[in-house]
Design a protein around this ligand. Structure first.
Ligand code: PEP
Ligand code: MG
Length: 580
């Protein structure tokens, strides 16, 4: 099966299929005399579900700790909720329909009634009900759906899509590879897989239907291939490929910690994207010269609500200290889009989440949450080279508002006599077309720009970054994208402020020369991609990258741009790639 090569690497092993699709719950009438059997079936399903949850709870407690396991206590409580169970039996008596249909109707009514309430606690309970309802229905209908937390051995997971909560478990669960029907290179679960170096192929449309748990599968994350039941000779070939890649990687790694100085003696800064304190491990060895993007959403996606200022401060401080004196750009909360917390996931569904209540929009309305984070970041600035960055700025007014909240946060810290660096630099992400067009205005009110190409491309081209159906239209080589990048970089140059690129384009060695050629002053990408990028930069002249940028800006055809970028890459890397 051919899909999108989303995270490089090859792995093979037993598949573990996670079903997420809506179950087709049948509806049929049950004769009066059969009602006791329906109720017995229901009771049996509840009991089985209870055993399953208790088992998962035990495993999660062992593997991740008591705190993480608590969520399953809430699930068990749903199963013991007499009101819910009585209501289901009542529904059966009233309607005469089969028990799974009655159960689903009652659960939906509960969820609907709760959804209108604004209480965060209740919203969490809605999610518990949904999770539990799914398990009970699976048991009633004998479905084979499974949950990541239930995986006990190393497996390749196969799913329609990976939810943010599944993505957060990728590391702890023994996941060797990821295969999904949906998704694209820039969906957040994929970005996470890449940073964990887990091979992934996405956008396969129907892999979760074709592959069954227990099938032996091979994931080729370089080429975007999935092979079901590979032959011995295929496995042998891939074994060789893996060795070749590893030996080339060794060459890249050998000089990774040295600066990326081009043949014409220009040193180009290369930084890393991280999503947690754990990601700091091994950063310097991979050649990172700081953190250009710390995505803080992960900290906020936990079962027991948002982290406090103090909890955040501890994380930011440790990240800053571990990299000091290198810079660490901490991006304020970018909640929404395909990143959400359980508290916000339900009850507030939006038709267009990527164009909805996301990131800075959320923060400016929830200033308590925003200020807590800003104070935590500011306090960390006393412990290292910390910078602040706002996501999803769409225009000057938002930037000014965010800066005003930052000033208030500083004032609060002054009153508290808490230490912070008053000169902490503040940057704006440029990832919305309106910000790109008004970059000259924004540049006057921030210290640096960082271009988020993942969002910028989706908004410029109106191509949802996580919709596999239109993934082929997500085109970084589109003249609109290249011209916009060039325009942002020109605005930054005129305003004399640095401009980095931290979207996935910056992780792709084909694009990096172009980005520097267009005028980027740094790039930031997942640590695993840095050794090759630095190697490539050392082979080229910045002047040639500038000529490349000029020439692709003249192209009307994305395919011609792709050709030029590939030729540039191969010309500079041939000698090393030839070694394979
Ligand atoms: C981007 O949009 O390019 C970016 C870096 O931010 P995120 O992927 O977190 O939206
Ligand atoms: Mg973004």
């Amino acid at each position: 099966m051919r899909g999108i090569a989303a995270s490089p690497g090859v792995s093979h092993g037993d598949a573990f299929v996670i079903l997420q699709r809506e179950l087709d719950v049948p509806i049929y009438e049950v004769e009066d005399s059969h009602r006791p059997q329906e109720i017995a079936r229901f009771e049996q399903a509840i009991m089985t579900t209870r055993h399953q949850i208790a088992k998962v709870r035990g495993e999660v407690a062992k593997r991740l700790g008591e705190e993480e396991a608590k969520i399953f206590d809430a699930h068990l409580m749903v199963l013991e909720d007499k009101a819910l169970i009585d209501e289901v039996i009542n529904e059966l008596e009233q309607t005469g329909y089969n028990i799974e249909y009655c159960f689903r109707s009652v659960c939906e009514r509960f969820v609907e009634a709760f959804s209108s309430l604004q209480d965060e606690y209740i919203k969490e309970r809605i999610m518990d009900i949904r999770d539990v309802a799914r398990r009970v229905l699976d048991n009633l209908m004998g479905a084979t759906g499974a949950n990541l937390a239930e995986m006990t051995a190393e497996r390749i997971i196969v799913s329609e899509d990976i939810s943010p909560s599944d993505a957060a478990q990728l590391e702890q669960a023994k996941v060797m590879g990821v295969i999904t029907d949906a998704g694209s290179r820039t969906s957040h679960a994929v970005i996470m897989a890449r940073s964990l170096r887990i091979p992934a192929v996405v956008g396969l449309h129907n892999a979760s239907k074709q592959i069954e748990t227990g099938d032996y599968v091979l994931v080729d994350g370089y080429e975007g291939l999935v092979i079901i039941n590979p032959t011995e000779s295929t496995l042998f070939r891939y074994g060789e490929l893996k060795q070749e890649r590893q030996s080339i990687q060794k060459v890249f790694m050998a000089n990774a910690t040295q600066a990326a100085t081009t043949q014409d003696k220009q040193t180009l800064p290369v930084l890393a994207n991280i999503g947690s304190l754990e990601d700091c491990k091994g950063l310097r060895e991979s050649g990172a010269e700081g953190v250009g993007l710390f995505r803080t959403e992960g900290l906020f996606m936990q079962a027991d609500g948002f982290p406090t200022e103090e909890e955040q401060f501890q994380v930011y401080r440790q990240v800053a200290e571990s990299l000091d004196p290198l810079p660490v750009v901490i991006r304020t909360l970018d909640l929404g889009g395909d990143k959400y917390t359980s508290a916000f996931a339900y009850g507030e569904t939006e038709a267009n989440p990527f164009m909805g209540f996301r990131a800075i929009r959320f923060c400016l309305e929830h200033q308590d949450v925003f200020k807590e984070q800003l104070r935590a970041i500011l306090r960390a600035s006393a412990h290292g080279n910390v910078r602040i960055m706002y996501p999803m700025i769409s225009g000057l007014e938002e930037l000014l508002q965010a800066n005003a909240v930052l000033e208030e946060s500083k004032e609060e810290l002054r009153k508290r006599k808490a230490a912070f660096d008053d000169k902490t630099q503040v940057g704006s992400m440029i990832e919305i077309p309106s910000a790109a067009v008004t970059a000259d205005l924004l540049a006057k009110h921030c210290d640096f720009f960082s271009i988020g190409t993942n969002d910028l491309i989706q908004y410029l081209l109106a191509v949802d970054r996580v919709n596999d159906r239109i993934a082929h239209l997500y085109e970084p080589n589109h003249p609109a994208v290249l011209r916009t990048l060039s325009q942002i970089m020109d605005a930054a140059r005129r305003a004399k402020i640095p401009v980095g690129v931290c979207g996935e384009m910056a992780a792709d060695p084909l694009y990096v020369p172009l980005l520097f050629g267009l005028g980027a002053t740094n790039i930031s990408a997942s640590a695993s991609s840095l050794p090759e990028i630095k190697f490539l930069l050392r082979q080229m002249k910045l002047k040639d990258a500038q000529a490349l940028a000029k020439s692709v800006l003249r192209e009307a055809d994305p395919a011609a741009v792709a050709d030029k970028l590939e030729t540039f890459y191969l010309t500079h890397m041939e000698h090393i790639l030839g070694k394979k």
